[in-house]
Write a protein that binds this ligand. Structure first.
Ligand code: ADP
Ligand code: MG
Length: 255
C-alpha cells in the first residue's frame, strides 16, 4: 500500500440497540501508514464502531469499504479475508489452546476460511505447518511473548491475553488493524513497547485504529484522533488539536 492511501473508509455508520443509538452517523477514513486513535467517554460507541468496521455487527445505516470493496454486509470472517484484523475489549481466546497455537490460528484469517471453522486447524502440509509455526514465533517475539509460547492462553493475565490477541491479529498480515483498548492490564513499560510497535506497524504501511483511554499513550502513539461522544463525532484532529479543544475537554478530558 502507498503511504497515505485510504485503506478503510466508513460513511454515515449508524447502529441502534432497541431504543439506544450506539453509533449515530459516523464517517472516518483510515490511511496506510497512520495510527488513528478513537477516544471518548464510556458508552460513546467506540466498541460498537469497531464492531461495525470488522463485520461483527451489521449497521442500520451507512457503509464500510476496504480497498474500495463494499464490506458493509459481510460477516466478520469475510471482512477478515479483506485483510482486516482486530482485537476485542474483552479478550476472545480459545479454551485449552497454548499461546503458540492460538497465534498460529490467526494465519487462517488470511484466506477465506472462517474463524469458527478454523478453530480446529487442519493444516495442508508439513511445510505449511512449519511456515505457520515460524510466523507465529515471529509475531510472539514481536510482542515479547516468546517465553509464554507453551502456556495455556486462557491462564494468562488480562494484559498478556490482550497481547496474545495482537500477535494473533498480526499473523494474518493485515492491512487494517483495529485494537479495542489494548493497554488494559499493561504496565508502563509494556505500554511503551506497545506504543513503539504501533509506530513501527505504521511505518510498514499498516492502517491502524486504536481505541484507548490513556491520553499519554494516545498523544505518543497516534497521528490523528477521532473523538466520539454519544455515538457521534465530536472532533477529528491531531493529538495536539484534540487535547486543547474546549468541546473535547468539556465532554471527556476535563472529567
Ligand atoms: P464504548 O466502547 O465507547 O464504551 P459501546 O460501543 O460499548 O461504547 O456502547 C455504546 C452504547 O451502546 C452503550 O450505551 C451501550 O450500553 C450500548 N450497547 C453496546 N452494545 C450493546 C448490545 N449488544 N446491546 C445493547 N446495547 C448495547
Ligand atoms: Mg468499549
Amino acid at each position: 500500500p502507498r503511504l497515505g492511501e485510504v485503506v478503510l473508509s466508513a460513511e454515515g455508520l449508524a447502529k441502534h440497540f432497541g431504543g439506544v443509538t450506539a453509533v449515530d452517523g459516523v464517517s472516518l477514513n483510515i490511511r496506510a501508514g497512520e495510527v488513528l486513535a478513537v477516544i471518548g467517554p464510556n458508552g460513546a460507541g467506540k466498541s460498537t464502531l469497531v464492531n461495525l468496521l470488522s463485520g461483527n455487527l451489521v449497521p442500520n445505516a451507512g457503509s464500510v469499504h476496504i480497498d474500495g470493496v463494499d464490506t458493509t454486509a459481510m460477516k466478520a470472517h469475510q471482512v477478515a479475508a479483506h485483510k482486516l484484523s482486530r482485537t476485542f475489549q474483552t479478550p476472545c481466546l480459545f479454551e485449552g489452546m497454548d499461546v503458540a497455537g492460538t497465534v498460529a490460528v490467526g494465519a487462517h484469517l488470511r484466506g477465506s476460511v472462517g474463524m469458527l471453522r478454523s478453530s480446529v486447524p487442519t493444516f495442508g502440509s508439513l511445510k505449511e505447518e512449519e511456515t505457520l509455526a515460524t510466523e507465529a514465533a515471529t509475531a510472539l517475539n514481536r510482542l515479547g511473548l516468546s517465553r509464554l509460547a507453551d502456556r495455556d492462553a486462557k491462564s494468562l493475565s488480562l494484559g498478556q491475553q490482550k497481547q496474545v490477541e495482537i500477535a494473533r491479529a498480526l499473523v494474518a498480515s493485515p492491512r487494517v488493524l483495529l485494537l479495542d483498548e489494548p493497554c488494559a492490564g499493561l504496565n508502563k513499560a509494556e505500554k511503551a513497547s506497545l506504543m513503539r510497535l504501533l509506530r513501527s506497524l505504521g511505518r510498514e504501511g499498516m492502517a491502524v485504529l486504536v481505541i484507548e483511554h490513556d491520553m499519554e499513550f494516545v498523544m505518543a502513539a497516534a497521528d490523528r484522533v477521532h473523538v466520539l461522544n454519544f455515538g457521534s463525532t465530536l472532533r477529528v484532529g491531531t493529538p495536539e488539536e484534540v487535547q486543547t479543544d474546549q468541546d473535547v475537554i468539556d465532554a471527556y478530558l476535563g472529567v
